[in-house]
Write a protein that binds this ligand. Sequence first.
Ligand code: SAM
Length: 212
Amino acid sequence: MRDKAAPEMGMHPFLRHPVFAWLGIRPVLGQHTASEHDALRKWATGRSRLVEIGVAEGASAVALREVMSPDGTLWLIDPFHLSRVRAINATRRAAHRAVRGCRNGRVIWLEEFSSNAAKGWSGQIDFLFIDGDHSETGVRQDWDEWHQYVVPGGVVAFHDAATFPGGWTQENWGPVKLVDQLFRSRPLPGWEIVQQVDSLVVVQRFLAGVVS
Ligand SMILES: C[S@@+](CC[C@H](N)C(=O)[O-])C[C@H]1O[C@@H](n2cnc3c(N)ncnc32)[C@H](O)[C@@H]1O
């Protein structure tokens, strides 16, 4: 995680390589703050059909798995294409190791780009975390291809979608621009922002017949 509660504080830069998480020498490094972590856990609690786009070392995936319904399913989508040594792919191995460390619910890995995964998708989703391709077109594509599956009362969390004091995000980042266009410049019918913490923005689909 990126803030003071983060395990990497004081960590030697050498140890940041994902191979050390895969080997269990250090914990997996999340790419979100402790407050964002808490918000993800809050909105994922008790959910039964969860999708995460962008897993990296799996810190957020573990958080979701820990709090989801024991009868639920968590789909984890990431092609793990950024590894420099593809045959080893330490990030992928670290993520699998971390996610295996929690036995709650069921996990299905889709190791492909989110757009490919969307092509074969048909079921409902009650929690969607968009944290994959952060380009404006990439995050727009994730929204366009996935939000139709989110049930009334379900939520979509966007990471890196807001600027905040002392934060790393900029006004011109893809997720910030998309959330501006979809939700901040005017209300999107059927949806509302229900929480914003650091760079995380959570939007919820209205329950049928309920308009706030
Ligand atoms: C910011 S990291 C995810 C961080 C993780 N959610 C966390 O909080 O610890 C982004 C990840 O998205 C993945 N990614 C990039 N483009 C993607 C795409 N089109 N579909 C799915 N995953 C993608 C990358 O491989 C990378 O692992």
